[in-house]
Design a protein around this ligand. Structure first.
Ligand SMILES: *[C@@H]1O[C@H](CO)[C@@H](O)[C@H](O)[C@H]1NC(C)=O
Ligand SMILES: *[C@@H]1O[C@H](CO)[C@@H](O)[C@H](O)[C@H]1NC(C)=O
Ligand SMILES: *[C@@H]1O[C@H](CO)[C@@H](O)[C@H](O)[C@H]1NC(C)=O
Ligand SMILES: *[C@@H]1O[C@H](CO)[C@@H](O)[C@H](O)[C@H]1NC(C)=O
Ligand SMILES: *[C@@H]1O[C@H](CO)[C@@H](O)[C@H](O)[C@H]1NC(C)=O
Ligand SMILES: *[C@@H]1O[C@H](CO)[C@@H](O)[C@H](O)[C@H]1NC(C)=O
Ligand SMILES: *[C@@H]1O[C@H](CO)[C@@H](O)[C@H](O)[C@H]1NC(C)=O
Ligand SMILES: *[C@@H]1O[C@H](CO)[C@@H](O)[C@H](O)[C@H]1NC(C)=O
Length: 358
């Protein structure tokens, strides 16, 4: 009779076999080198890929579409020369990828485009710069100087993004960097962990999805960690925002719902153990007046179940900034702010038209 340990091992092995069998894999392990646009053209047989340093010429874009389960590693930087191509300039579209950037850079040459106008006008800027599709694990890469929005996450299976640095700090000079969102997320079953974003717009903006964890992030000079803006037909639910640090910038923690949105919602959001400091407008802002901060809220996209619990979240704001503002037209469920500690500035305001009183 087999031992208990052997039975467990057998059970585990058959579970893996079943998972693996459900995806089409190449017959043989194939190692591929990417060192040019042409060499990235068809990676469908590649079970492992090494990316060596190369420049991407004007007009070209890259898609890393390797075999399901592939390991993809960077051994040098990818630099995008000034281009009229529209974004994304590089797309990762591999199921169950194991991507390790080994701290190399994906460089968008942002300063060649930055004019203070972002995607609202001026020079055309390819955006987003980097797109994560597929699923799996993305770690240890630097996304440098994106022309506008940096990383768009549209993964379609369980995914972890860890230790990614989005560095647009050069865009602070002369206020030239604009709309340089760190991570724009439309995805479910996603963990974003231990990344650093230094930029001039949202650090993270969650536009739709469920089962999301945002933890151990550091946001510098940004517009903070946002859920939204929530547009018509978009919903976000079951989000945990834990142990993040937001330093400086206009906003700290925000939920922004378009005033005109319908058939949309935000539900079940838990904030714990975050540290927010040096904010110049709103430490915490929950609004259904977007694009305004706090005016006449809409009612077509309800917000329910927002709590600060399970570990103190500290918020401190500058003179003239608000600590906590809630601007609700349609809010419901349990809102428990027991573990929110907010200080400084002009204090908090619950708009007169707010549906709830704290
Ligand atoms: C890539 O190569 C695979 C296998 O050789 C082939 O089936 C597939 O059609 C190719 N895809 C493209 C986009 O060329
Ligand atoms: C993929 O592998 C098959 C079988 O070995 C081969 O015929 C085909 O040319 C390969 N495709 C690519 C894009 O390398
Ligand atoms: C982009 O398009 C403009 C207008 O057609 C052209 O002058 C410029 O050279 C192009 N830039 C690049 C990098 O291809
Ligand atoms: C997320 O997980 C749920 C529950 O396991 C599953 O039903 C859904 O298909 C998953 N979606 C994605 C995009 O991973
Ligand atoms: C970000 O990039 C700038 C150059 O634009 C560099 O000086 C700085 O060291 C980088 N920051 C980090 C944390 O790597
Ligand atoms: C509401 O949004 C969902 C998700 O986008 C969509 O499937 C559904 O058709 C929408 N319903 C209406 C009435 O527009
Ligand atoms: C919302 O979804 C409905 C139903 O699918 C569609 O008819 C409508 O155009 C969508 N609205 C927007 C703004 O996407
Ligand atoms: C904050 O309060 C000060 C003093 O009352 C006032 O001058 C300032 O306008 C207020 N700031 C905001 C954003 O309301």
């Amino acid at each position: 009779m087999p031992s208990f340990a052997a039975i467990v091992a057998l059970a585990a092995a058959s579970a893996i076999t079943r998972t693996r069998a459900s995806i089409t894999r190449p017959a043989h392990p194939t190692h591929c080198i990417v060192n040019s646009v042409a060499s990235a053209a068809n990676l469908s047989n590649c079970t492992s890929v090494d990316i060596h340093a190369f420049d991407v010429p004007a007009g070209e874009t890259i898609t890393i579409a390797a075999a399901p389960g592939a390991s993809v590693a960077m051994a040098g930087d990818i630099t995008f020369l000034q281009t009229n191509a529209t974004g994304p300039l590089i797309t990762f579209q591999t199921t169950d990828i194991l991507f390790n950037g080994h701290r190399h850079k994906i460089d968008g040459n942002g300063p060649l485009y930055w004019d203070g106008q972002g995607t609202n006008g001026g020079v055309a800027k390819p955006h987003p710069f980097v797109k994560f599709k597929g699923s799996g694990v993305f770690t240890d890469v630097t996304v440098l100087n994106s022309p506008a929005q940096a990383v768009s996450v549209g993964t379609t299976g369980p995914t972890i993004i860890r230790s990614v640095l989005v560095n647009n700090s050069a865009g602070n000079a002369g206020n030239l960097g604009h709309n340089t969102d760190g991570f724009d997320i439309s995805a479910s079953n996603l963990t974003l962990s231990g990344c650093v974003v230094d930029n001039q717009d949202d650090c993270i903006a969650i536009n739709s999805g469920r089962a999301l964890v945002i933890e151990d992030m550091t946001c510098v000079g940004s517009h903070g960690i946002s859920i939204g803006s929530i547009a018509t037909n978009k919903s976000v639910s079951d989000v945990r925002i834990s142990r993040n640090t937001v330093r400086g910038g206009l906003y700290g923690l925000r939920i922004k719902v378009d005033a005109v949105a319908v058939n949309a919602s935000v539900s079940n959001v838990l904030y714990d153990s975050n540290t927010v400091s040096g904010i110049t407008e709103f430490g915490v802002l929950i609004t259904q007046s977007y694009p305004n901060d706090d005016t006449i809220p809409g009612t077509g996209a309800p917000i329910s179940g927002i709590s600060f619990l399970g570990g103190r979240t500290h918020v401190s704001v500058d003179t003239d900034a608000f600590t906590v503002v809630v601007d609700c037209g349609a809010c419901s469920g349990i809102w428990d702010f027991s573990d929110l500690h907010a200080t400084g500035g002009n204090g908090s305001r619950i708009a007169p038209d707010n549906a709830r009183i704290f």
